[in-house]
Design a protein around this ligand. Structure first.
Ligand code: NAD
Ligand code: USQ
Length: 401
């Protein structure tokens, strides 16, 4: 099978490309290196050093004998998208290529606009390119559990049956996203659903929870195959941050009351879920939604787990920089991937021990000033949400178009 992995230089895209390649697929990765650019903008780096994409691909061929093709370019460029889809002729496209940080999207107006243009226009270009090139191509799109928000009812997988004034229908589950980033995923979902309805495209929206972990069987084969491991307050996700904070002897930064509950999954399960989605594609005209997570935890529960695994760590309750419910009901369905055969890696002391060891081995690379949250969820047209802190994103940056 021929698979294009968009965003294949990123945290999840790179190990997914390796996994699919080792499973015998013909794989090409697509990236514009925007993620490496955000690091430069913020003056931070992945805790674990990462090789250039060129070196990664070369190393993979040496280690595995498999080739991975590369397309360097921007999904917001129509000609680039048509060219890569037309030349590679994939059976499936796995689309990771978006700006994925909620805090980054909330820095200021420029970052909000960049995030939504990058994500929504990139996906629209792709939908047109698929429709014009070959509508049978299966789009496997990374969405997010955050599209749903935290309603006071059970969350279903994409759709809910509603009876209203005596009539019943199955409708898209209501969306209450919590950042301009999460909103961009909702806009994508609507656009993809429309193209499935109107043009008969086939798509799977993987509403993924928060991912943790850094190693997969393939990335462990050589240091130059490693994927990124982010800890800064803008791109680091909560469990990865807690592990790294504990390794550095810093307090774990619980925002607010810490009752915020989310769905989580091991990075190895991301790879497995994508593979399962590809193996049994959506039907022509079908817009399929899978909730892609394996366990739910509150932020407090995660902090306690990490502190215990680390043999002790302080837990600090900081003022929540976000606008979100700090205590709420949370129960979300996630059976469709299990039904397809997913055998999840659950969060245990062995994985936390491995992650702590990894973080301790690279502790000298931690920039402590990047740990504190700086982006507040309020409207600002200028760059610094908290004046006086130099380590932040650059409002004058020229975004790649
Ligand atoms: P990442 O930022 O590490 O990777 C995204 C990649 O896409 C980067 O390499 C970036 O350079 C590339 N990219 C961005 N815009 C592009 C464009 N216009 N053209 C070409 N390439 C572009 O992010 P990640 O953590 O690997 O996440 C991948 C996807 O999974 C995202 O869509 C994200 O929303 C989703 N997701 C991630 C998580 C998580 O916890 N990391 C959880 C749920 C969903
Ligand atoms: N949080 C803390 N302390 C921290 C960092 C985060 O308490 O140091 C809290 C946040 O306030 C939030 C929760 O932890 O309530 C999750 O935050 P996060 O930064 O780990 O995750 P989030 O911003 O939701 O985004 C991440 C990915 C995004 C993906 C999303 C899945 O960056 O790409 O879409 O997880 S989900 O959360 O299901 O929407």
């Amino acid at each position: 099978m021929r698979i294009l992995v968009l965003g294949g230089d990123g945290y999840l895209g790179w190990p997914t490309a390796l996994h699919l390649s080792s499973a015998g697929c013909e794989v090409a990765v697509v990236d514009n290196f925007a993620r490496r650019g955000y690091d430069l903008e913020m003056g931070v780096e992945s805790l674990v050093p990462i090789a250039s994409l060129q070196r990664r691909v070369e190393c993979w061929e040496d280690v595995s004998g498999h080739q991975i093709e590369t397309f360097i370019g921007d999904t917001t460029e129509e000609a680039f998208v048509y060219d890569m889809v037309g030349r590679f002729r994939p059976d499936a496209i796995v689309h990771f290529a978006e700006q994925r940080s909620a805090p980054y999207s909330m820095v200021d107006r420029k970052h909000a606009v960049y995030t939504q243009v990058n994500n929504v226009v990139g996906t629209l270009n792709l939908l047109y390119a698929i429709a014009d090139t070959d509508p049978a191509i299966h789009l496997v799109k990374l969405g997010t559990m955050g599209e749903y928000g935290t309603p006071n009812i059970d969350i279903e997988e994409g759709y809910i049956e509603i009876t209203h004034r005596g009539r019943t229908d199955v409708l898209p589950f209501p969306k209450q996203p919590g950042s301009f980033y999460h909103l961009s995923k909702v806009h994508d979902s609507h656009n993809i659903a429309f193209c499935c309805r109107a043009w008969g495209l086939r798509a799977t929206d993987l509403n993924q929870g928060v991912v943790y972990g850094q190693s997969t069987p393939e990335t462990l084969l050589h240091p130059d195959l490693a994927t990124r491991f982010d800890y800064d307050a803008v791109f680091g996700t909560v469990l990865n941050r807690f592990v790294i904070q504990a390794a550095a002897g810093q307090a774990l930064t619980v925002y607010g009351k810490g009752g915020q509950t989310r769905g989580f999954l091991d990075i190895r399960d991301t790879l497995a879920c994508v593979e399962l989605a590809i193996e049994s594609p959506a039907a022509a005209g079908e817009f399929r939604v899978f909730n892609q997570f394996t366990e739910s935890y509150s932020v407090n529960e995660l902090a306690e787990k990490v502190a215990t695994a680390a043999g002790g760590a302080d837990i600090a309750h900081l003022e929540d920089p976000r606008v979100e419910l700090e205590e709420h009901y949370y129960r979300a369905a996630h059976t469709k991937l299990l039904d397809l055969g997913l055998l999840p890696f659950l969060l245990g002391d062995d994985l936390l021990g491995d992650l702590l060891a990894l973080a301790r081995a690279h502790v000298h690379r931690i920039e402590l000033s990047a740990l504190a949250p700086q982006v507040m969820w309020r409207a600002t047209s200028s760059t610094l949400s908290r004046p006086g802190r130099p380590r932040t994103v650059n409002a004058n940056r020229d975004f790649p178009r």
